[in-house]
Every structure is written in C-alpha cells, then in structure tokens.
Design a protein around this ligand. Structure first.
Ligand SMILES: Cc1cc2nc3c(=O)[nH]c(=O)nc-3n(C[C@H](O)[C@H](O)[C@H](O)COP(=O)(O)OP(=O)(O)OC[C@H]3O[C@@H](n4cnc5c(N)ncnc54)[C@H](O)[C@@H]3O)c2cc1C
Length: 508
C-alpha cells in the first residue's frame, strides 16, 4: 500500500512503482558523521541538479526530501501536465480531422481513466532518473527522507539527524496559492497537487486563474470533454505576455468550447445539491455558475515554512528566500535555487540556477550571475506561446528604444500546409540595430522554435545573421529567417539603392 502522506492516488501498479523510486517505503536514512561539503534541501529539479553536479565533481553531498524526489516537475507539474496535454491534442486532432479531408465516422470518445493511466505510466517510466536508488548508488549521495530544518548557521536537522555543512542549497520549491475565497475550503477544490490523482472526469470544471497552469489545464480538460469555465480577474490571459498572443489564446480557448470569463472575480463558493456554486463579480454584474470541481491556479507561494530560516540567518519574504545575483542568501554559506527564490518558476531556470550555484558555492574564481542568463519559457496551449528575453515595455523601462520585426505564421509555407497559420513571431531589437533583446513566438510548436532565438541571444548573434542561416524548407522556423530578411531589407537605404541602380545599368 502507498503511504497516504505521499499523495499518490490511485494505489495502482504505476503509482506503487513511482513511490518505490522516488520515496521507497523501506528506506533507511544514512548514518554517517554528518559532515558534508554540500547539503541540498529539497529533491525537485533544483535540488537534484545541484546534488548530482556537486557529487559528480567529488563533493560529499547530502540530499534531503520530505515527500517525492523529482518534486513538482516529475510528480505534479510538467510531466503529468504534458502527458495529458498530448491526449487532449489527439482528441482535438481527431475531432477536427475533416479540416484535412479525413472523415471520422461515429462519435469520438475520450476514455478519461485511460488518459490518466497513460499519464501515470509515463510519469513512472521517467521516474528512475530522479530515484533515491540512482542518487545514492550512482552518484554516491547520502539521500535522507524527512523534513529539513535549520538548527544553526551551518547545521540542519532531519528527523533527529544533525547534518553539518560547508555550504547548503535551499531548493524547497513552491506550491499553489490558495486564494481567500469564502466557502472555497469547505466546498473543496483541486490544485496541481491533486488534479493528477483524478480517475473520474469532472463533468463541469471551473478553472480559477488564467496563467500558464490554468490556461493549459482549461484547454486540456475541455478537449478531453469536460465543460470548462475559466475565470481570470485581469482583462487578459497570461498577464506577462504580449497582448496579441493572449488574445489568440482567448480565441483558441473559446473555439474549444471553454467559457471564458475575463475581468471576473470569484466572490464566494457554496455547496448545493447540484454541485459547487460560484458567485462571480463580472463586468455585467453578479452571476452564478455551478460546477462539479474547482481547479485553482492563481500563482505559487514559496515553501519556507518549517525550515527555521531565522536560525540560519536567512532572510525571506512572501516571494521567497532573498538571494543576490550569485544566488547567495543573507548567510554566505547558504545558497538557494529554483522556485523558492526565482521570479521565473520553471524547471529549466531551476536547472540553470543550480548549475550556477555549484560553480558559485563550491569553487573559487569567476562566479556566475543569474542576471546574465537568457531565459526562455513556453505555455503549452494550442497554439503554444513562447517568449525569451525582454518585452518592449521592459526594454523601454531600461532606457532602450526598440524596433519590432513581426512575421505572421500565415506567411510561412509549412504553417499554411499544416493548417497552423494562427500566430506570429515578433523579434524586438535595440533600435537601429539587429541586437535581439527579446522575442515572442505564437505557433503550434513555439516551444521548440524559441530555442533558435535563445541560442542566438546567448551567443550574441544579431537578427540580420539569420538571413545567412539555411533552414530546411518547408519548416515553421523559416519564420525567423523571414524576420531577418525584413530587417536586412531596411539596410537598403535610398543611397545604397541608388548606387545599385547605377551598377546594374552599367553592367547590363
Ligand atoms: C501544473 C504545472 C505544470 C508545469 N509545467 C512546467 C513546464 O511545462 N515547464 C517548466 O519549465 N516548468 C513547469 N512547471 C514549473 C516546474 O514544475 C517548477 O518550476 C519546478 O518543479 C521547480 O523545481 P524546484 O526544484 O525549485 O521545486 P520543486 O519541484 O517544488 O521541488 C522542491 C522539493 O522540496 C521538497 N521540500 C519542501 N520543503 C522541504 C523541507 N523542509 N525538507 C525537505 N524537503 C522539502 C518538496 O517536497 C519538493 O520535492 C510546472 C508547474 C506546475 C505546477
């Protein structure tokens, strides 16, 4: 039987094997002298990368996890969400196959329990990478299960074992914010923590929050056949993103049958014989909707509770542990990485930050600055919305004027052939130059495409250079070359154009 504290339901073969990998029932914490070069608190992406990197260099490392190794990403985040998103894509593609001249006769049925079982199988299949066995046997790391708590500036307690460290990394992550909506607790609700435990499909679902998690899951559940209402207080989804991108997402959600409620607040939740009744404050006045389940995705709050950070002299606030550009906390032996301290809460930023922490905490010499990193991200809706670097308003706040080069996906042959014309590329360059400050891509595979621009930014390549890069035809990434061509055409000043005219007249 799976320990109920692990929050893994149902108790099936997949979850039992997952638990065996990421929190084995028979695990005995190590008994050593308790002195370490590095003690890592939390075994999510940030903790695993820091621990494996340091141990790989020969450091003596302890890794402490209170629940499931792999953290949110493996267990209740990226992996399960992307697995069910794939099922939702399949359902959508079959339903809309007639666009491609393919007639599907008969009803398209989604077998929700099978979708969730596939997700659990995939999650378990990936889990050996993050397992206690791998980290202890392959990397030689002392893996402790239990809650970590500071007992002094260089000591941590785990279930009564005292670990003394030269350096430590706080990588305890974040969890879903629960908004103070009257009646919500009593009515019961889902977050990312338990939504992937579902085995029965909710017939009617309210998704509260139109950020990346809410948008991805709203579209997914709708495509799987649930009646979804998404409620967002702001007047656009993905508030951080380009407004046109968010508008495309809104239209896409509506096409999927999602009832979109922007500029709307949930004031109260009440139980009724027919379900959970949400009282909404909408631009058209007070309204009520009734649903079977409520999924909350309104933001993330850092896991600082219980760590006794005061005992170690580590300062924190509601956004998390305070770090400098080198990811060092107010105790110079103690670093932090991942969702506990970063404004960009992604697996790849947790990974990048932990690589920087290994360099900064364990070795003398040049130290890595987080502000130097070029950070992309993607919301995996359909179409995907990917971004890297600055938005124009951020560049302007830093005193940089911006030129934006925009190409619609409807100008790209492969996108047209595939019926993926919706979307665009916008590349923001320093005014009058081809220095890329940031870019947004809205396209079916935007998450794959953004890496080309990220590579260019990291390598200091300008937009103009993409004209000389041969892209296989036809691919959707040709959109980037088209933006480069647009930039290069502007370099043909009237004077140069005049000179060329003379040259061709002379050489005719
Ligand atoms: C639904 C969803 C989808 C997502 N999709 C994506 C995506 O597609 N791409 C992407 O890049 N990011 C995605 N994310 C974000 C990503 O999951 C996180 O950014 C990433 O997991 C952060 O890693 P972390 O190591 O900082 O924290 P976590 O993964 O949260 O790990 C922290 C670990 O610390 C442990 N811990 C906490 N307190 C203690 C303590 N006192 N003692 C011991 N252990 C402790 C926790 O149990 C946990 O295992 C998604 C998140 C969610 C919720």
């Amino acid at each position: 039987m799976i320990d109920p504290m692990l929050n893994l339901q149902p108790d099936d073969e997949h979850n039992r094997l997952l638990a065996e990998n990421v929190h084995p029932a028979e695990w005995h914490n190590p008994t050593t002298d308790g002195r370490y070069n590095l003690v890592v608190l939390g075994a999510g992406t940030a903790g695993l990368v820091a621990a494996a990197g340091a141990a790989g260099m020969g450091a003596k490392v302890a890794l402490v996890e209170r629940q499931l190794m792999g953290g949110d990403c493996l267990n209740v985040g990226c992996v399960p969400s992307k697995a069910i998103i794939r099922s939702a894509h399949a359902a959508h593609d079959v339903r809309t196959a007639d666009r491609f001249g393919v007639r599907v006769t008969g009803a398209v049925e989604v077998d929700f329990p099978a979708v969730m079982e596939r997700m659990r199988r995939i999650r378990t299949g990936i889990s050996p990478n993050d397992s206690a066995k791998r980290f202890s046997e392959h990397y030689g790391i002392d893996v402790y299960f239990g809650s970590a708590r500071f007992t002094g500036p260089d000591t941590v307690d785990v279930n009564g074992s005292s670990l003394r460290f030269a350096k430590t990394v706080i990588a305890t992550g974040a969890r879903a914010v629960v908004p103070p909506i009257p009646g919500l607790d009593e009515a019961g609700f889902l977050t990312n923590h338990n939504v992937f435990n579902l085995t029965e499909q909710p017939h009617r679902l309210a998704v509260v929050g139109g950020g990346p998690i809410g948008s991805e899951l709203a579209q997914t559940f709708a495509r799987l056949g649930t009646e979804v209402t998404i409620i967002e207080m702001a007047d656009q989804f993905l508030q951080r993103e380009d407004r046109e991108a968010a508008e495309i997402l809104r239209a896409s959600l509506e096409r999927d049958g999602v009832a979109v409620r922007l500029s709307t607040r949930v004031d109260q939740v009440e139980p009724s014989p027919d379900g959970k009744v949400l009282s909404l404050d909408t631009p058209n006045g007070a309204q009520k909707i009734t649903v079977d389940e409520i999924l909350v995705g309104v933001g993330r709050t850092p896991n600082v509770e219980g760590l006794d950070l005061e005992a170690a002299g580590v300062e924190y606030d509601r956004r998390g542990v305070r770090v400098n550009d080198f990811l060092q906390t107010t105790n110079k032996r103690i670093y932090a990485s991942g969702d506990i301290c970063l404004p960009f809460k992604f697996t790849h930023t947790a990974d990048a930050a932990s690589r920087a922490v290994i360099q900064n905490a364990l070795f003398p010499g040049p130290r890595k600055k987080m502000s130097r990193q070029v950070i992309p991200w993607c919301t995996y809706t359909d179409p995907e919305i990917a971004h890297v670097g600055l938005y124009p308003h951020q560049a302007e706040q830093r005193g940089m004027a911006v030129d934006t080069w925009e190409v619609a996906m409807s100008e790209v042959d492969r996108a047209i052939a595939e019926g993926d014309e919706e979307g665009f590329l916008k590349v923001h360059c320093k005014k009058g130059t081809d220095t890329i400050l940031g870019a947004t891509i809205v396209a079916r595979h935007a998450g794959e495409m953004i890496s080309e621009i990220t590579t260019a930014m990291a390598a200091g390549l300008g937009l103009g250079g993409f004209s000389a890069v041969i892209h296989p035809y036809p691919t959707q990434t040709e959109v980037i070359r088209k933006a480069a061509d647009a930039y290069n055409r502007t370099r043909l000043t009237p004077r140069v154009a005049g000179m060329l005219k003379h040259w061709f007249r002379w050489t005719r």
